[in-house]
Design a protein around this ligand. Structure first.
Ligand code: SF4
Length: 203
C-alpha cells in the first residue's frame, strides 16, 4: 500500500510524518550513529511497517551506523534486521509495536532512545522535542495543553494534538483542524497509523 520507501527517504519522512517516538530515534541515530537493542527493535519494526523492504532496511542501518566497519555490521546487526523481517531463525512475522506496547514496555535507561516520549521523557526533554518537531506552529497555549494531557497520563491525546499541529499548515494548503485527529476525530493508538494518516493528508 502506498509509495515504495527507500533508505534515503527516511530522514525527510521522519520530519514530515513520524510521531515523536520515532523522530526521537531518528534524531538519536543521526546524532550518535547508533541505537541500542530495544530502540533498534522498536524503530526497525516501525520502518518495516511504513514499507521499507529488507534490502532498504539493511542499507538504512548500514548507512546510519557510519562509525563501524562492514565486518562488525554484518556480524552484529545484519542478522537481527533480517530476523525482524522473518528471514532468519524462527521466521516469525514480527509486527510493529502499538502505542500500548511501547508505553507499557521496558523503560528506557541512560543512553537509550526507545519508548514513548510522552510517557518516558522528562518535561524538559519533551518540551525541547516538541519545539524541534513543531517549530513555529507550536504556540504557548498548545504546549501547555500538550504538557497537561501528558501529566494526566493521556498520552494518546497529547500525541493526537501533535499530529494536528504537525499538519496544521501544509504546503499546498491542506490542513488538519483541531479535533480532527487522524481522521474523523480518531486518536493515535499506533505509530504506523500516525504515519499512514500523515501520508494521506500530505499526498
Ligand atoms: Fe509514539 Fe504512540 Fe507515544 Fe505517539 S503515543 S509518541 S505514536 S508511542
Amino acid at each position: 500500500d502506498g509509495e515504495a520507501i527507500t533508505a534515503e527517504m527516511v530522514p525527510e519522512l521522519a520530519n514530515q510524518s513520524f510521531p515523536l517516538c520515532m523522530r526521537n530515534m531518528q534524531d538519536t541515530l543521526k546524532g550518535s550513529k547508533h541505537l541500542k537493542h530495544e530502540g533498534r527493535q522498536q524503530y526497525s519494526l516501525f520502518l518495516k511497517g511504513i514499507g521499507l523492504s529488507v534490502e532498504e532496511a539493511i542499507a538504512f542501518w548500514r548507512k546510519s551506523f557510519s562509525s563501524i566497519t562492514d565486518d562488525k555490521f554484518n556480524k552484529e546487526y545484519r542478522y537481527n534486521i533480517r530476523h525482524n523481517y522473518g528471514l532468519e531463525g524462527s521466521r516469525k512475522n514480527y509486527t510493529p509495536k502499538s502505542c500500548t506496547a511501547i508505553i507499557t514496555g521496558p523503560m528506557p535507561g541512560p543512553g537509550q532512545a526507545h519508548g514513548c516520549p510522552f510517557r518516558h521523557h522528562s518535561e524538559q526533554a519533551l518540551t525541547s522535542l516538541l519545539h524541534s518537531t513543531l517549530g513555529g506552529t507550536l504556540a504557548n497555549s498548545d504546549l501547555k495543553e500538550i504538557l497537561a494531557a501528558t501529566k494526566s497520563g493521556h498520552y494518546h491525546v497529547a500525541c493526537t494534538r501533535v499530529f494536528e499541529l504537525q499538519h496544521a499548515k501544509l504546503p499546498g494548503g491542506a490542513s488538519v483542524p483541531k479535533g480532527e485527529g487522524l481522521g474523523g476525530g480518531d486518536s493515535v493508538d499506533h505509530p504506523n497509523r500516525y504515519f499512514d494518516a500523515s501520508r494521506k493528508v500530505i499526498r
